[in-house]
Design a protein. Structure first.
Length: 92
């Protein structure tokens, strides 16, 4: 397998992880006054469609690596030589 195939496979797996697990970014602020505390958290993450797009790009790269390798190995050069004889009319 070519390097392009393996690179595409890694990208595709990364896309699947992003699509299915979806890492979340958690940011929060807290404030305390006396015995009372207030915490505001913002749970936002990477949308799952981004992971699916990355997965599709990885699949295209993988197929490019397979196709390139397949086409390069099947190239055969055949050279045909056609020899023409010079025909001259007979003179009496």
């Amino acid at each position: 397998m070519s390097k392009t195939f393996w690179f595409g496979l890694i990208i595709m797996i990364l896309g699947l992880v992003l699509a299915l697990a979806g890492p979340t970014l958690i940011g929060g602020n807290s404030a305390a006054v006396g015995d009372t505390s207030v915490t505001v958290s913002d749970n936002s993450g990477i949308p799952s469609w981004v992971g699916w797009v990355v997965c599709a790009v990885g699949l295209v790269i993988m197929l490019t690596g397979i196709r390139r390798r397949h086409v390069d190995s099947d190239v055969t050069v055949v050279r045909d030589t056609l020899i023409h004889e010079d025909h001259r009319p007979h003179t009496p």
